[in-house]
Design a binder for this molecule. Structure first.
Ligand SMILES: [Fe+2]
Length: 187
């Protein structure tokens, strides 16, 4: 049977995709509306990633790594930082200098998250877990990303006249509900 990517490969690929979107955002001039659309795409990817990590990666970190509990707690705090920035960006018009400052902070926070996981957490997990465990976690992470609520697609938001796009805010609320179990459909 064909095997999907293990958890580390899967989550690392997410990191690269978000970084590519950040690169595109940074290549555009301040005030260009397309930056907001790209940011919405990055927000959706980030929240799917966050949901998958909180539902499956961090429980595995707690279970398999020495001092995994405090490591997982720290990572969840970092996620809250990123969510706060995404929420602030939701309310910030793309032309304001504040938008660029918030984007720069978001890129910084995400780069810290990426470095932390890829240089520290993932190698520790690979040492501590069998390939079978890592593969099973990969399946669970993929499933969580597919079923996590991601809100309307950015293109649908763009099409709505007068809509100032609140994708990140609604997305974050729904993703949070999903992680806590409130947003998951019964059965
Ligand atoms: Fe991550």
């Amino acid at each position: 049977m064909e095997q999907g990517a293990n958890v580390v490969t899967e989550l690392t690929a997410d990191h690269r995709e978000v970084e590519e979107l950040f690169t595109l955002i940074q290549a555009l001039s301040p005030g260009v509306e397309r930056r907001k659309q790209l940011l919405d795409q990055a927000a959706i990817k980030l929240m799917r990633h966050t949901v998958a990590e909180e539902l499956h990666l961090y429980p595995a970190v707690r279970e398999h790594l020495p001092d995994g509990g405090s490591l997982a707690d720290k990572k969840i705090q970092d996620h809250a930082q990123v969510e706060k920035l995404l929420t602030d960006l939701e309310h910030c018009p793309v032309g304001r200098p504040e938008f660029d400052r918030l984007v720069a902070r978001l890129i910084f926070e995400v780069s810290e998250h990426v470095a932390d996981e890829e240089n520290l957490l993932f190698p520790m997990l690979q040492d501590a877990c069998s390939p079978e465990v890592l593969n099973k976690l990969g399946d669970k992470v993929r499933e969580a990303k597919e079923t996590a609520p991601t809100g309307p697609r950015p293109s649908a938001i763009d099409a709505a006249p007068g809509n100032k796009s609140s994708v990140p805010g609604r997305l974050i609320d729904r993703a949070r509900d999903f992680v806590s179990g409130r947003g998951r459909s019964p059965g």
